[in-house]
Design a protein around this ligand. Structure first.
Ligand code: DX5
Ligand code: ZN
Length: 236
């Protein structure tokens, strides 16, 4: 396991804070990300949107490759909000992603694709593996994969845009997933939440059992990012 991958696997590191690059000023993205790393962030969350799975376009493998070149030690958490995620595993792995997360809504019901094969494909490309669920999707829809995952991502907004309001109803299923993860014997699996997280909503996110926190607008909109990092860790 690489030093970067080890961060995700060590349960004593609670919680990890991953600022979302989407919340950056894109003209100054390297400076913005450097300030997050200096402020104590554990990695960077990178939102990949294809204009089909979600109604927005963001960035591609080149952004990951360029960030990897500037931040060789920083954990890069790639969140694929795309149709046909299997087509993007290799480009993002080669670009330097540490974890690749695909959406269960992008694979469920498609005869062409077995989710376990996709998990194996991501791992075979040298990355850790996450599965994401949208707000309307049940916790049970991913239970069959839990033994094989490094990360479960519960979306607390409808994916597509930063700066949306946190959806409280997603907390119940998060607790159900936490209970399942606590009961399993295999490798440690992180429980990540993404969307609308700020210094106020974090007070509900952490008690629901999340140990991996994504924040975009609240993080990069903060004047004191070190203070925001601490607040999101529950130390504020
Ligand atoms: C939303 C993205 C999020 C987004 C979070 O579709 O997946 O990662 O950047 O931004 P905030 O924290 O502003 O909701
Ligand atoms: Zn995201």
């Amino acid at each position: 396991m690489t030093e970067r991958a080890d961060q995700l696997a060590r349960p004593e590191r609670l919680p990890l804070i991953f600022p979302s690059v989407l919340g950056c000023d894109f003209v100054r993205v390297a400076d913005e990300c450097a300030s997050a790393v200096e402020a104590g962030a554990d990695g960077l969350h990178i939102d990949i949107m294809d204009g089909h799975f979600v109604p927005n376009l963001t960035m591609g493998p080149k952004m990951v490759a360029d960030l990897r070149a500037v931040f060789p030690k920083t954990y890069l958490d790639v969140h694929l909000m795309v149709e046909r995620p299997e087509e993007y595993v290799r480009p993002f792995a080669e670009a330097g992603a540490d974890c690749i997360t695909f959406h269960i809504e992008a694979t469920a019901g498609r005869k062409v694709n077995n989710e376990r094969d996709l998990v194996g494909q991501i791992r075979g490309a040298g990355c850790q593996v996450g599965v994401a669920i949208n707000p309307p999707t049940t916790a049970a829809s991913i239970f069959h994969l839990l033994d094989a995952l490094d990360l479960v991502l519960v979306m607390s907004v409808h994916p597509g845009f930063g700066g949306q309001k946190f959806i409280e109803q997603t907390l119940e299923k998060t607790k159900a997933i936490r209970a399942k993860l606590d009961a399993k014997d295999e490798n440690y699996t992180r429980l990540e939440m993404d969307g609308g997280i700020n210094e106020k909503t974090i007070k509900k996110v952490l008690p629901a059992g999340c140990d991996c926190i994504v924040a975009g607008s609240a993080y990069f909109g903060a004047d004191d990012r070190a203070a925001t990092t601490r607040a999101l860790r529950g130390e504020g």
